[in-house]
Design a protein around this ligand. Sequence first.
Ligand code: MG
Length: 160
Amino acid sequence: MKIRTGIGYDVHRLEEGRKLFLGGVEIDFPKGLRGHSDGDCLIHAIIDALLGATGKDDIGQLFPDTDSQYKDMRSTELLKKVMDLIRERGMAVVNIDSIVIAEKPKLAPYIPRMKEVLCPILGMGKEDLGIKAKTNEGLGAIGKEEAIASLAQVLIREKP
Ligand code: MG
């Protein structure tokens, strides 16, 4: 059985007047992530890891921010498109581990809901999706609540 791994990273700036979406879930917070889509950096990191594992272009080339059809699009919809590509290649996701780095808000209460939203799209069980919330210990732009970043690592396999 052929297996392939991929790694993804994303960071978005926080700004007033936008809704905050992380892991496909709206988070109660006065600021949101700036972006052409909804700015969901956790999903973007997962998408980049999936694309890397399949040998595809990165998220910016697949969904260019110059293309108006992706403007304000929910990142869950982008993830569905990427999963279609993976299934077309006869691949399936084995597991994903990920980290969200945000000084605020506290994200742990939202992680079960993120898994409920993401696992059906990814075609995997909740035990196969790791989401860890960390702060940046007050350091740098993330520590000053100017940005939120995410990392993801994926393992995919050919379907038997
Ligand atoms: Mg992004």
